[in-house]
Design a binder for this molecule. Structure first.
Ligand SMILES: *Cc1c(COP(=O)(O)O)cnc(C)c1O
Length: 410
């Protein structure tokens, strides 16, 4: 028997996290399955940012660095994220973009393994991670080596300074075995950097329990911090003294307002700071993270598996006959919060879906990607999404020149 809309509504009715959706302002008339690219707007953000603009900036002016908590925002917001990634409050700081954060920790890691020459990564990982690693390799005279996922552990050897990879693949949603890979890196004397952009806010993480060395992650996807929200960086406490930060800006100085001629690094995570943080964006992220208050991360994970499994089942029942193939793991335990379907006409199909109010995204060359952000997605949205896709495919509504013409952001 095939699944009905009532079945999806019944699951929503017993979903212990259903109430979290009310914490967000979600537009009427759309099904938003792209929280993996840009999370929805939490309701408390607009007023909080307005207050930061009008009161703190407008009236408080320069005084707000001390009086409105601006100066300590990178640490304060970092402490909120620490709870989501299983780290101590003083092991996480929010600063710059994920790309820049990755540069910082990779460069620091290379300096901790001066006799080793290789950064080891994966084919098919998020491009910026590879671009940063290869740029850094060029700068430092080291080597950026990439292998396929299944070969990773075997490729870690005595030349490997640092292993760098994304825990949950951005395109397929495949979850790498964090514990096994971290242990293999350490057994070979290498360090490890995890990119958690598609993990935090999707599943429980235990960076401390895993003995991970470094991590970075994005603020605007599942953490809902808004477009261009700053990213977070984690450095394990045992490395705080030895970590030699490469981007030595004034705010990473031990006493920035001494305006000393020479750099002397701050203690702990503070040295990871470089320049003045984007306070308005940090304010938005700070407020947005309150949407996770009281959320049990194990329930969150269960919901992600339920949402993605429902979609995979519906796709099997209704969509595969149109030439889609599943480009994500079939086993829900191996899957993060995205389900990708491959189709040669993927770009035009996604444009047609967006025109019908179903918003996902397209990833070259042929991936139609749907993200099931667990705080904002209902099971009935999954059902309705499958219905819209079925209809667009049945009517070949994607087959128009307008939908085939590529925009800058896909
Ligand atoms: C989204 C994402 C990024 C984003 O990097 P920015 O510097 O914030 O643009 C980096 N890495 C991964 C794995 C991502 O998914």
């Amino acid at each position: 028997m095939s699944l009905t809309r009532q079945h999806a509504l019944d699951i929503d009715a017993s979903d212990p996290l259903a109430h979290a959706r009310d914490r967000f302002a979600i537009p009427e008339g759309i099904i938003y399955l792209d929280g993996n690219s840009l999370g929805c707007l939490p309701r408390n953000v607009a007023s909080r940012v307005a207050a930061a603009v009008e009161d703190e900036w407008g009236r408080g002016l320069i005084r707000s660095w001390n009086n409105a908590g601006w100066y300590t925002a990178p640490q304060r917001v970092g402490a909120k994220i620490a709870k989501l990634i299983g780290a101590a409050a003083d092991e996480v700081i929010v600063t710059d973009s994920t790309s820049v954060g990755l540069f910082k920790v990779l460069a620091g890691a290379l300096r901790m393994r001066p006799s080793r020459s290789t950064i080891l990564g994966l084919h098919g990982d998020f491009p910026t991670d590879a671009y940063i690693a290869s740029g850094l390799a060029k700068l430092t005279g080291t080597h950026f080596k990439r292998v396929d996922g299944g070969d990773l552990i075997g490729a870690i050897d005595a030349t490997t300074a640092v292993v760098s990879l994304t825990h949950v693949n951005y395109k397929s949603g495949f979850i790498h075995d964090m514990r096994a890979i971290t242990e293999a890196a350490h057994a070979a004397g290498a360090l490890i950097v995890w990119d958690l952009s598609h993990s935090a806010g999707v599943l429980p993480l235990e960076l401390a329990g895993l003995n991970a060395d470094f991590a970075v992650g994005c603020g605007y996807k599942y953490l809902n911090g808004g477009p261009g929200a700053p990213a977070y960086v984690f450095v394990a406490k045992r490395h705080h003294d030895t970590f030699d930060h490469p981007l030595t800006g004034w705010l990473g100085h031990s006493d920035p307002f001494a305006f000393a001629d020479n750099y002397e690094h701050a203690k702990g995570m503070d040295k990871l700071l470089t320049g003045t943080p984007p306070i308005l964006s940090l304010t938005a992220l700070d407020a947005a993270l309150d949407a996770f208050d009281g959320i049990d991360l194990h329930q969150l994970r269960t919901k992600v598996e339920g949402l993605t499994s429902l979609f995979v089942t519906l796709a099997g029942e209704r969509l595969m006959r149109y030439g889609f193939t599943l480009a994500s793991p079939r086993d829900s335990h191996q899957r993060g919060a995205v389900v990708s379907l491959a189709h040669a006409e993927g770009y035009a199909i996604m444009q047609a879906l967006i025109a019908r109010g179903l918003i996902g995204d397209f990833r070259a060359p042929d991936i139609v990607r749907f993200g099931f952000s667990p705080l904002t997605t209902r099971f009935v949205d999954v059902f309705d999404a499958a219905e819209v896709i079925d209809d667009v495919m049945a009517k070949q509504a994607w087959d128009t020149p307008a939908f085939k013409s590529r925009k800058a952001v896909t």
